[in-house]
Ligand binder design. Structure first.
Ligand code: 9WO
Length: 262
């Protein structure tokens, strides 16, 4: 895991390096995931600089205490404000966004990933135990993000989820044949089915249209499949998806009971 280097990361628009600092009590969690596959390659290519910062290094006392008992009693422990403030004050600059991963945050979605991928510097704070001292939320953090309605043991896995979703959007992170605009949610719809060789497997054939070589027909079929799938599984997405009049007509027909043909 690279420690914080001297390099200043600038703005993204001119394709500078996005910097992501992840503040955690458990840096070991990040070792594998940040090294593999697209994330590892994006780092190697210099598209993103990711530093995992051990919050314990910012604790004051020689006992390096980062948590304490809650005022008012009750079980569990609360993350003390001092180490978090000291750490973030040292990391942050102009254009830094300090984000707490927390079940109480606004719900993460593709649009937020897109927004964060435009930033110059993200500081992701991973809570632990029962959470952070409220003054962190009120006076240190710019934004709180939840990846879903469940409680985990800490914000580390959500920080990885956010990092993964953001980094793959950086220009050059994916092969150019896999434009993020085309995948699920890129167009505000679910993706249709994918097939690869063999043409027949266990008696199940690949849809004939995909073997036809008729690219216009294939494109139309895929769009229909994506619409159909979204209509069946996530009709809520159709309310915000950008649909052509023709596609809107198709949805109306789905509502009348029509199924997608080829
Ligand atoms: C722990 C706990 C123990 C006993 C009684 C109540 C309790 N609540 C919690 C709790 O909410 N712990 C959180 C653990 C504190 C903040 C960090 N943790 C966390 C973050 N769990 N889940 C997330 C998270 C973050 C973003 N998106 C989804 C979940």
């Amino acid at each position: 895991m690279s420690r914080r280097g001297g390099s200043r990361s600038g703005r993204r628009r001119g394709y500078w390096t996005l910097r992501i600092d992840i503040v955690t009590l458990f840096p070991g969690i990040f070792v594998g995931p940040l090294q593999e596959s697209i994330l590892g390659r994006a780092r190697a290519k210099g598209l993103v600089e990711i530093n995992v910062v051990n919050l314990r290094d910012w604790a004051e006392s020689r006992h390096r205490v980062t948590d304490d008992y809650p005022f008012g009693g009750g079980g569990g422990m609360v993350l003390k404000p001092e180490p978090l403030f000291a750490c973030v004050e040292a990391l942050r600059g102009v254009g830094s966004r300090v984000i707490l991963l927390d079940p109480q945050g606004r719900r993460f979605r593709q649009e937020i990933a897109r927004e964060l991928s435009q930033a110059a510097h993200l500081i992701l704070l991973c809570g632990r135990y029962e959470g952070v001292d409220e003054r962190v939320r009120e006076h240190l953090v710019d934004d709180e993000i939840s990846i879903g309605d469940y409680v985990l043991t800490g914000g580390e896995l959500p920080a990885l989820v956010v990092t993964d979703a953001v980094v793959r959007l950086l220009p050059g992170a994916l092969g150019d044949q896999a434009a993020p605009a085309k995948d699920s949610f890129g167009a505000g719809l679910l993706e249709g089915p994918h097939y690869t060789r063999p043409e027949e497997f266990g008696g199940w054939r690949v849809p004939e249209v995909l073997l036809s070589g008729d690219h216009a027909r294939i494109a139309r079929w895929r769009r229909w499949q994506a619409l159909w799938r979204t209509w069946r599984r996530r009709p809520d997405l159709l309310e915000t998806a950008e649909l052509t009049p023709e596609e809107q007509k198709l949805i109306e027909e789905f509502k009348q009971g029509r199924k997608p043909d080829a």
